[in-house]
Design a protein around this ligand. Structure first.
Ligand SMILES: C[S@@+](CC[C@H](N)C(=O)[O-])C[C@H]1O[C@@H](n2cnc3c(N)ncnc32)[C@H](O)[C@@H]1O
Length: 199
């Protein structure tokens, strides 16, 4: 099944399934990550639009996702915020001109995009030369036992949900030609990390 069909199916229960982790972790991470942003922001894989409420008023937000059903929930969330526009699009082929955005952001997206390096190359292309790409993602740990478990369970998570739990996301950011500013461990040792990079 394609990613688009998987997320179209999940869209009905996505927010419900994420309630525990949203309350435990995600909402505080989202708040922190978005609080300092301003200018034109591209959110890749905006999903049901959970980040929308955390954008400061100074942001003009462009959100995109491959799943029309996920986007329909984001549309509802964006009604109160006139500075959000939404597009159905593939992250591996962004329909924006070069150097358009001050920030390009993802939260929990690079695990499901089929070719993450291509998507990161696209993020680099549409980001202004002085802009910043921020990826808050879970990825393969550098701790042996955790990486072993992630490799072991990855076939199951991809088959069930399309989510890869063993992506080498810091390496992928580098492979895309982005220059790392910093990488911060956020939770579960180094499984959840926030990566900031520049084109
Ligand atoms: C786990 S959800 C995360 C949604 C949202 N970023 C959040 O923090 O709640 C992953 C999202 O990435 C989207 N996605 C996966 N592959 C994509 C692609 N190639 N292009 C655009 N969006 C994609 C899915 O449709 C889904 O909405």
């Amino acid at each position: 099944m394609s990613i688009i069909s998987k997320y179209n199916r999940f869209s009905y229960v996505y927010d419900l399934m994420e309630i525990p982790i949203e309350f435990l972790w995600y909402r505080k991470w989202r708040k922190k990550m978005f609080s300092g942003l301003s200018g034109r922001v591209l959110e890749v894989g905006i999903g049901t639009g959970k980040n929308i409420r955390y954008y400061p008023k100074s942001c003009e937000v462009v959100g995109m996702d491959i799943s029309n059903k996920m986007l329909s929930y984001a549309k509802k969330r964006s009604r109160k915020n006139k500075k959000v526009s939404l597009f159905q699009m593939d992250a591996e082929n962004l329909g924006f001109k070069d150097g358009r955005f001050d920030y390009v952001v993802t939260t929990f997206v690079l695990c499901s995009i089929p070719r993450p390096v291509i998507a990161l190359e696209e993020m680099k292309r549409v980001c202004k030369p002085e802009g910043i790409v921020i990826n808050l993602e879970h990825m393969k740990s550098e701790i042996g036992i955790i990486a072993f478990m992630e490799n072991l369970f990855n076939p199951i998570t991809t088959a069930l949900t399309g989510v890869n739990i063993n992506r080498e996301t810091v390496e992928n950011v580098k492979k895309a030609g982005l220059n790392i500013i910093d990488v911060k461990n956020v939770a579960l040792w180094d499984v959840f990390r926030m990566i900031r990079s520049k084109p």
